[in-house]
Design a protein around this ligand. Structure first.
Ligand code: PGA
Length: 241
């Protein structure tokens, strides 16, 4: 794991977007694993800027998102499908047919997991997977557990995740379930970039880097990836030595 510390979130966004632009320019039909949440939003902003400045095109890019809520219409204002279109896809030249999500409303989540795994394999796997980290160390919606998961699966969200995300739903109770790529699906990406900003992530980051590999802190599995980069601002890195 390569750990890089930046002064602030803006600097991370610049560095993270540059990494993506370089990969896309090397391989026009790059396969991107994408993440939702507040942390990647500035990075998506920089990618939109790069596209508008003619530095990169997403015309042949394929995307796979990490996760999606269950029991929420695809175009609900809080679905991750909507989030990605608002934060990135609508502003760049990515083709809708190349955009992939888990279907949180699939009747048979096991069949849906198989479909997603096959779709990722059929394009040669993910070239770079972007990740955030939960305050409890989750990646995607892989919550602390007794064992690492493999392919995508249906998860019951923890209270910690509900406490973090309920704010987006206002007075409406947020979904209790989601489909998420499993740890195995994430670890099969050729390169992984985890970004974390703010003091609320400092404990999870310290555990990930210093605490050994454990499914109780799912992000710690990245210690076993051969090409994982961790970009932190000073606040998220504040509990490191
Ligand atoms: P955040 O979420 O970027 O909104 O903090 C990160 C995550 O839960 O993975």
């Amino acid at each position: 794991m390569e750990v890089k510390i930046y002064d602030n979130a803006e600097e991370i966004a610049v560095a993270a977007a540059k990494l993506f632009v370089d990969i896309i320019n090397e391989k026009n039909d790059a396969v991107l694993g994408l993440a939702t949440g507040a942390t990647p939003v500035p990075t998506y902003g920089k990618l939109i800027e790069a596209y508008k400045n003619g530095e990169v095109s997403f015309e042949k890019v394929r995307t796979f998102n990490l996760d999606e809520y269950c029991d929420l219409p695809k175009d609900d204002k809080n679905s991750y499908y909507t989030f990605m279109h608002e934060q990135l896809f609508n502003a760049v030249d990515v083709k809708e047919e190349n955009v992939n999500f888990l279907d949180g409303n699939a009747e048979d989540w096991e069949a849906e997991s198989k479909r997603y795994a096959e779709a990722m394999a059929s394009v040669g796997g993910i070239d770079i997977q972007l990740l955030g980290i939960g305050t409890n160390g989750h990646i995607g919606f892989n919550e602390p557990a007794d064992a690492f998961t493999d392919e995508s699966f249906k998860v019951t969200l923890t209270q910690s995740t509900i406490n973090s995300n309920q704010k987006y739903f206002g007075d409406v109770p947020m979904p209790r379930y989601a489909l998420t790529m499993g740890i195995g699906s994430i670890m099969r990406a050729k390169k992984i970039l985890l970004i974390a900003t703010g003091e609320s992530k400092a404990k999870a980051i310290a555990g990930m880097i210093k605490g050994g590999v454990t499914p109780q802190l799912p992000a710690s599995v990245l210690n076993e990836h051969q090409d994982a980069i961790i970009m932190l601002d000073k606040a998220a890195a504040s509990l490191l030595d």
